[in-house]
Design a protein around this ligand. Structure first.
Ligand SMILES: [Zn+2]
Length: 69
């Protein structure tokens, strides 16, 4: 299980990224804790439930399996 966070600052493409805690590409300021998940897919799914109107994507570096665009 890994701890995941959601970056609450959107990227220039409008997407909000899910990161493993400690990822150097995640922000330390505006973020939301998602808790422990066994896969990034589970963390992304939870983010989408919390934020149904946000576009959410996995970080290309720490959550490559969940990176779609
Ligand atoms: Zn990351």
């Amino acid at each position: 299980m890994k701890k995941y966070i959601l970056n609450l600052t959107a990227l220039s493409n409008g997407y909000f990224e899910v990161h493993e805690e400690g990822c150097t590409y995640g922000t330390r300021q505006k973020r939301e804790r998602l808790g422990y998940h066994s896969t990034c897919a589970s963390a992304v799914r939870m983010s989408k439930v919390i934020h149904p109107f946000k576009k959410i994507n996995g970080c290309i570096y720490c959550s490559y399996a969940c990176h779609t665009t």
